[in-house]
Design a protein around this ligand. Structure first.
Ligand code: GUN
Ligand code: FE
Length: 458
């Protein structure tokens, strides 16, 4: 069921700020003809009874609406190797597995099949917005845009720039620096002028893969394109000791400072990982209004460290969550939520039992479930500067319907459980079968059991 022009009665969860879970119990959310939330009527407010009586979509018992997830870091072409090839460090993994795989996207048939499967999978995991790295290829990257538009996913897509012959193999590299910049410009024009993109549901992204794969000329050129076009920017930043050290050696400053010098730290920049950013880097990122895509699962494998999430948030850095497909072995942002919770606890616990407990770990690293939920939803919207991730008038109706009672994925909820308990159970226990319907801008983009919601004939 599309819900454009309809109003929905049910129980909604969202977390507009860190640690601030709001339960809209038996509320009415009205969606306008453009898929934007026009009204939220809460119990007890004036006009509530009339709104409730007018609701034409009614959620059954045991069903809850959550904002759709915002995945701030996905390598779309790496989907075929999801769940494999995690046995070597980043710099080996790129050359041995990842560049050969990404090179295959020169073949548009292969690209179409792979990207269609990925976007369908992400939608059915409740990911309504994806920030994607594609490949260096113009054609395949355009195909990813077409597929997101066809399937209705909100997406930000970048043609990857990697033009440095010193670090990128001959079989997978931009033809030249000039070609990389010209292709980036042409790609931006393609997305913005796409006949099916009238609502700007797909946005182009300036995408230097990371400093080690780019020449200084391409970094400077991309900074200029970002300034001229106002596009989003995405790249990897201080992900591993090797990568952080490579940039220190080449530029004499951290990734963050170097990216800033090239004009690549903007209000619309998302830095993947940031595991080794310094306190000064955090201040710089906060000052520019840029964001970090925290990828807690991938960080286990490629950072071999834990991103100091609480410290970054305390210094004013915007942070959201990313799966980093395929550096993280799951397409589900639920798994990233769980790993973010676990990683914060493990950072506090530390690793050296010979030290006294108070010296083993980093105090105050844990986040609560409301903050983890916020990171996967509203925080992603803040990072991208888009009105998504919460049930608030003026925001897009991007949402997932969780059915806790599906036979193949029942989440046992006690009679005495509070609604806060229910949300915790959903965050820790939900799996694909529980995600029975997903909407982007009020359009239904994935369904499992179409009969799960009742519509009242009007
Ligand atoms: N750094 C440069 N490229 C990549 C990539 O594809 N994945 C990850 N995790 N880090 C990178
Ligand atoms: Fe990545």
């Amino acid at each position: 069921t599309d819900v454009r022009g309809r109003s929905i009665f049910g129980t909604f969860f969202h977390a507009p700020a860190p640690g601030a879970l709001e339960v809209l119990h038996e509320a009415v959310v009205a969606v306008d003809e453009k898929g934007t939330i026009s009204r939220v009527a809460r119990r007890g407010e004036s006009g509530y009874e009339a709104a409730r009586a007018a609701a034409d979509v009614v959620l059954p018992d045991g069903c809850y609406l959550l904002p759709g997830f915002v995945d701030l870091h996905v390598h779309a072409p790496q989907y075929p190797q999801l769940g494999q090839a995690l046995d070597v460090p980043l710099e080996v993994w790129l050359q041995k597995y990842t560049f050969p795989l990404e090179a295959r996207y020169a073949n548009t048939d292969f690209a179409r099949r792979s990207y269609e499967a990925l976007v369908a999978d992400l939608l059915s995991h409740g990911t309504t917005t994806g920030l994607y790295f594609a490949t260096v290829h113009q054609e395949a990257t355009r195909l990813l845009v077409d597929i997101c538009l066809e399937k209705g996913q909100r997406a930000l897509v970048g043609k990857v720039v990697m033009d440095d012959p010193a670090t990128c193999p001959d079989f997978y590299r931009d033809g030249s620096t000039e070609a990389a910049l010209a292709d980036t410009r042409a790609f931006i024009d393609y997305v913005r002028a796409h006949p099916d993109n009238g609502e700007a549901r797909v946005l182009p992204v300036v995408t230097p893969r990371f400093i080690p794969s780019c020449t200084d000329e391409s970094l400077a050129g991309l900074g200029k394109i970002a300034a001229e076009s106002g596009c989003h920017v995405q790249t990897h930043c201080s992900e591993s000791d090797w990568e952080h050290g490579f940039v220190l050696e080449r530029h004499g400053v951290t990734d963050t400072e170097s990216l800033d010098r090239f004009g690549l730290l903007t209000r619309r920049t998302v830095l993947a990982h940031g595991t080794f950013i310094t306190g000064a880097d955090m201040d710089r990122i906060a000052q520019r209004g840029s964001a970090v895509a925290h990828c807690p699962l991938s960080n286990v494998y490629f950072s071999s460290a834990v991103f100091p999430l609480r410290a970054a948030m305390a210094r004013g850095v915007r942070v959201g969550l990313g799966t980093d497909i395929s550096g993280g072995p799951s397409a589900s942002l639920f798994d990233s939520v769980r790993m973010a919770l676990a990683a914060g606890r493990m950072l506090e616990i530390g690793v050296n039992p010979d030290l006294p407990p108070e010296r083993r770990g980093r105090p105050d690293s844990r986040i609560d479930t409301a903050t983890a939920f916020h990171l996967a939803t509203a925080a992603g919207g803040h990072a991208l500067d888009l009105p998504i991730g919460q049930f608030t008038p003026g925001y897009h109706f991007d949402a997932m319907l969780i059915d806790t009672r599906v036979p193949d994925g029942t989440i046992r909820i006690l009679a005495e459980s509070s609604l806060e308990d229910v949300l915790q159970k959903i965050l820790y226990l939900a799996s694909k079968p529980n995600i029975v319907q997903v909407w982007v801008g009020g359009h239904s983009v994935a369904t499992r059991t179409p009969s799960a919601i009742k519509t009242v004939p009007s």
